[in-house]
Ligand binder design. Structure first.
Ligand code: HEM
Length: 245
């Protein structure tokens, strides 16, 4: 979600689009993507359709924001995309906030205990009903709070306010947000709807694409890490030779 146009060099800066255009284009992508996810599950109940479409598009936007850094380290022409990390991250978090609101209004109807897996028993007391649902929602809530902090700190103003090292530390820990989102999504895609006493729901077509997306992000991050490590080692090697020689 960080903006690093400053080190992309004059050549790339000349072709950089202004932040207003970037916001507009990213917003359009967020709306069109959500619409496509909505249409792909036209037969589902409205609440699940909307809440998953918005959640899925949020995941895709955070994933795009996550891969821009590794891609630009692996292929310099992708440096052009670096300023877009910020907008993709911000709209990913906005979509996640809409997703959370749909769950609160449409699923648990503002009954916060239900959010954590409890249900009201006819005897009048709340009983633990779905431990997994509660845990996955807690992970989602932590991701949401973390995403809000990252989105709020994704501006030149907060960069100046926090100072370089603190701001960089915050933005680099976006990997933690990504891991929380992956665990949260994996639960709902592969585990939650597996109850033996319920009719098996229609399999979610997103199961395989999600696994591929997570695999691509991991491979790109590993490849970029290896490239950086190798080039740093090669740069350090001649210094060592001259120091020992
Ligand atoms: C950064 C934050 C979040 C992201 C990116 C995110 C993303 C997602 C994704 C991708 C799915 C799976 C959609 C599918 O099955 O196709 C999902 C499902 C779900 N999420 Fe989240 N989520 C976030 C936060 C939250 C929070 C805070 C809550 C609870 C308040 C929550 C509750 C749920 C529920 C209940 C489902 C199941 C949806 C259904 O079956 O209709 N999520 N989320």
């Amino acid at each position: 979600m960080s903006d690093a146009t400053s080190n992309t060099g004059g050549f790339f800066r000349r072709f950089t689009i202004g932040w207003k255009t970037r916001h507009l284009v990213t917003l359009l992508i967020a709306v069109l993507g959500t619409y496509a996810f909505l249409e792909s599950r036209a037969q589902w109940s409205e609440m699940h359709r909307w809440n998953r479409a918005v959640g899925d598009m949020s995941l895709v936007m955070v994933a795009v924001s996550m891969v821009i850094g590794p891609l630009s380290r692996l292929m310099p022409r992708f440096r052009l995309a670096i300023p877009w990390r910020r907008e993709f991250g911000i709209y990913g978090v906005i979509l996640a906030a809409i997703h959370t609101t749909i769950i609160l209004v449409g699923w648990v109807q503002w009954d916060f205990l239900r959010l954590f897996g409890y249900e009201l028993h006819p005897s009048g007391v709340y009983v633990m009903f779905q431990q997994g649902f509660g845990l996955a929602n807690i992970i989602g809530i932590i991701a949401m709070l973390y995403g809000i902090v990252l989105a709020l700190s994704s501006s030149n103003w907060s960069q100046r306010m926090l100072g370089g090292p603190v701001w960089k530390f915050l933005q680099q820990s976006a990997y933690v947000l990504w891991m929380l989102i992956v665990v949260h999504t994996a639960y709902f895609l592969y585990i939650h709807f597996q109850d033996f006493h319920r009719p098996t729901p229609e399999p979610n077509w997103a199961q395989i694409p999600f696994a591929i997306l997570v695999g691509v992000v991991v491979v790109l991050q590993l490849a970029a890490f290896l490239k950086t490590w190798k080039s740093r080692r090669n740069r350090a090697a001649p210094d060592q030779v001259s120091a020992t020689g």
